[in-house]
Design a protein around this ligand. Structure first.
Ligand code: 13P
Length: 256
């Protein structure tokens, strides 16, 4: 069902709660100075909110995209500490929704992720919707059910065109920040299930277009094996993305 030529790989850096405006801009300039295969791969940097302006300025005139790590779905109002999609105008063209750290540490629900994804799309940005199972869930054989539940909660609010235009990140919770990446076969299997779920909800054309990344301890050492697999359309990178040379190696490995 999948046709890899049709999908452009996308590698995104999730800097999490690291870097301020100054060192974030420096890191962005270091990434931009790497000789990256922009003709073949979409490259996105997701700094913390306080670094968005500086990073957007640092990558201006390059093909590097900027993404927010977190948004609230309302447009404006009395929501202390939150950032809306319209507030990202001119700064970001992507936003992450549903990261497992948001789900686990800040209580975000599947419905929250649905609202955020809709708001991101309505604002003309590309959502990077993160899903993934915990180790207990994997050990209990519940991975497929968990992924299907998380993805369906979002897809049911989207049109086929919206789901095709989204990016999904498969990030098994047990692989995040642990140094223990999913094996290429595990990642490929789970991503296949996610694509099947998109096909069931919105048909094969949407499933063939939606880009599905792998995330979780991606490194220069394991990226070729992971990103070489059919159906794995790039990576969402945490720790290794804080080092320009390591991140660049991962971007290069994503080029077809
Ligand atoms: P690590 O690459 O540090 O495991 O983080 C992955 C991640 O959570 C990206 O969103």
């Amino acid at each position: 069902m999948t046709s890899p030529e049709a999908r452009r790989p996308i590698v995104a850096a999730n800097w999490k709660m690291n870097t301020g405006p100054h060192d974030g801009a420096e890191l962005a300039r270091a990434v931009a100075a790497e000789n990256l295969p922009f003709a073949q791969v979409d490259v996105v940097l997701c700094p913390p909110a306080t670094g968005l302006t500086a990073v957007a300025q640092a990558v201006q005139g390059t093909p590097i995209g900027v993404g927010a790590q977190h948004v609230y779905w309302e447009s404006s109002g009395a929501f202390t500490g939150e950032i809306s999609v319209p507030m990202l105008t001119g700064l970001a063209s992507y936003a992450i929704a549903g990261h497992s750290e948001r789900r686990q540490l800040f209580g975000e629900t599947d419905l929250d992720v649905q609202h955020k994804t809709l708001a991101i799309l309505a604002g003309g940005l590309t959502p990077i919707v993160a899903v993934g199972e915990s180790l207990d869930q994997r050990d209990a054989g519940a991975t497929l059910t968990v992924l299907r539940t998380q993805i369906t909660a979002v897809l049911e609010a989207l049109s086929p065109e919206q789901s095709a235009a989204s990016v999904i990140a498969y990030e098994p919770v047990w692989a995040i920040g642990t140094g223990r990446n999913a094996s290429p076969a595990q990642a490929q299997e789970a991503i296949g299930w996610i694509r099947d779920t998109v096909a069931a909800a919105h048909g094969c054309p949407a499933a063939e277009r939606v880009r599905i990344q792998y995330g979780g301890s991606v490194s220069p050492e394991n990226c070729e094996e992971l990103l070489g697999r059919e159906g794995i359309d790039g990576a969402l990178v945490g720790g290794a993305s804080l080092d320009a040379a390591k991140f660049a190696a991962i971007v290069r490995a994503a080029a077809p």
